[in-house]
Unconditional design. Structure first.
Length: 351
């Protein structure tokens, strides 16, 4: 659920259902507050430094009453048990939201985010750099090949060969992909389109074992529909999109690869009068297991899940924005340290 997302439905291609409409509860660990307080903390991205497996870095947006954001960072050195007081990472008079944090070298980090003021045409995706992942220097907007502004909601992953891959959307337009071979300083300007029409919040994952890319994005307004695509080539998205199921008002998809090599997808779906976080898991990105309900906070919104793979098969360490007053007031960033994303009948892995 992101207020910078395009909501128009482009009439995407659909295929057979991905899974049986069966929802089972996930066994949860204790929920922990990563960043709290009286304001709205929202849209977190999380990373583990290469040389510090017990550390966690979370960058998130903190919104004011007008829903304009600044970016804050908090860090844990004990596996997420305790967190530093959030510090300002990027904060100007502009609206700065939707952080995407990626490590690019032994002492090199890049933080991408949208920034702009006033008209939507002013929005661009910006880059900031850091040597430690906590103190950032703004580097300005990145050139993605568009003559006018309107690029928002970046999601960035690092390919094993060091290439950065970014998915993003054009406001009121399609979702796109770009690649960088220099740590995010410059990007290709191919404007590779990854959705057939208007689409929001495109996010991507890559499985090195077989070279499969998994993409998710959303379309529509109310309800919002999620869509899943797979490819063996980040420049070729000709295969038809498949609907995210179970059907419903589905927002904020986040794809990932788990430690057992399976794909997982997290998202927020309306249950009753509030969003709850759900997950599904797949071996091939096409056939999916039954859905798991990750959050169980009736009457309170739970949105924008992001996650790290857990050490055990089928598990993830999940972060999301959790409302503290019904239905959608005062969001905090919360965390579940170890969530099993497989129903009990699949918990031992795939046949």
């Amino acid at each position: 659920m992101n207020r910078h997302a395009s909501r128009r439905h482009p009439g995407l291609l659909a295929s057979a259902p991905l899974l049986a409409v069966l929802t089972v509860p996930a066994p949860l660990s204790a929920q922990q507050t990563v960043s709290g307080g009286p304001g709205n903390d929202y849209q977190a991205d999380v990373a583990i430094p290469w040389d510090a497996p017990d550390s966690r870095i979370v960058v998130f947006e903190r919104l004011d009453g007008a829903l304009s954001g600044d970016l804050y960072v908090t860090r844990s050195s004990d596996g997420g048990a305790t967190w530093t007081t959030p510090a300002l990472a990027i904060g100007t008079a502009a609206n700065e939201r939707h952080p995407a944090l990626v490590q690019t070298g032994a002492q090199a980090w890049a933080l991408f985010h949208l920034a702009g003021t006033g008209a939507s045409s002013s929005f661009r995706i910006h880059r900031a750099t850091s040597t430690d992942g906590t103190v950032f220097t703004a580097q300005g907007a990145v050139d993605l090949g568009w003559p006018t502004g309107g690029e928002v909601n970046p999601h960035v992953i690092r390919h094993p060969d060091g290439t950065l891959v970014m998915t993003y959307q054009r406001l009121s337009g399609a979702a796109h992909l770009a690649q960088s071979t220099d740590g995010g300083a410059t990007w290709d300007t191919l404007r590779t389109q990854v959705s057939p029409g208007n689409a929001a919040l495109p996010r991507i994952a890559f499985r090195p074992d077989d070279g499969t890319w998994l993409l998710v994005y959303q379309t529509g307004s109310n309800p919002v529909s999620g869509w899943i695509r797979t490819s063996s080539d980040p420049l070729d998205w000709s295969a038809p999109a498949r609907p995210l199921l179970p059907a419903g008002n589905n927002h904020d998809g986040f794809p990932m690869v788990l430690s057992d090599g399976s794909f997982a997808l997290l998202w927020a779906q309306v249950v009753g009068n509030a969003f709850q976080v759900f997950s599904i898991r797949s071996r091939d990105g096409i056939a999916w297991e039954p859905a798991i309900q990750v959050s169980d906070r009736p009457g309170l919104f739970n949105v924008q899940p992001h996650a790290l793979r857990g050490p055990d098969p089928g598990t993830a360490e999940i972060y999301w924005g959790a409302a503290q007053s019904p239905p959608s007031g005062n969001f905090d960033i919360v965390r579940e340290a170890a969530v099993l994303l497989a129903p009990a009948i699949f918990a031992d892995g795939f046949d």
